[in-house]
Design a protein around this ligand. Structure first.
Ligand code: CMP
Length: 140
């Protein structure tokens, strides 16, 4: 399989606890290369566009409020089978269901404050990367 890229977010609960470096170490140890990264503070409206697929869900407002509550670190990760590999390294969405040794089992506080986001498919990875990164930031 060729090299693949996926999109990742270190969420506010993790940046608030100064866990970006620890999470990055787990991503790198798992075989992913961080090829682009920046720390930004998005608005609630910008979070709403990113999570538009969840707009009708009961947790949508809470999710957008949380994602705009503090800085996040947005990342492009590269590796063999990067989308699936990152989902394995992150663990299940709900930390109560996540395997030992995963990021969410280790650091997540709850289903909502679950420390990281990762793309779930090639199409969403491409869309999510394009939402946060310009082409010039993705060279090399
Ligand atoms: P993420 O992978 O970023 O994708 C959507 C997010 O919505 C998910 O991680 C969770 O943090 C959050 N989420 C999913 N279900 C719920 C829920 N029932 N209540 C609150 N937040 C949720």
């Amino acid at each position: 399989m060729a090299l693949e890229r996926t999109f990742s977010i270190v969420k506010p609960d993790a940046t608030n606890r100064n866990l970006t470096g620890a999470i990055n170490a787990m991503l790198e140890a798992g075989g992913l290369r961080i090829v682009a990264q920046k720390r930004i503070h998005i608005t609630k409206a910008q979070a709403g566009v990113f999570y538009a697929v969840h707009a009708e869900r009961p947790f949508f407002d809470e999710l957008c409020e949380f994602m705009s509550s503090a800085p996040i670190v947005v990342q492009v990760l590269e590796g063999e089978n990067a989308i699936l590999l990152n989902r394995e390294i992150m663990g299940a969405t709900n930390p109560a269901d996540a395997d030992e040794g995963t990021i969410r089992k280790t650091y997540a506080l709850s289903l909502g404050e679950n420390s990281v986001h990762g793309s779930d498919a090639p199409e969403t990875a491409a869309e999510e990367i394009a939402y946060f990164f310009a082409g010039l930031e993705l060279v090399g």
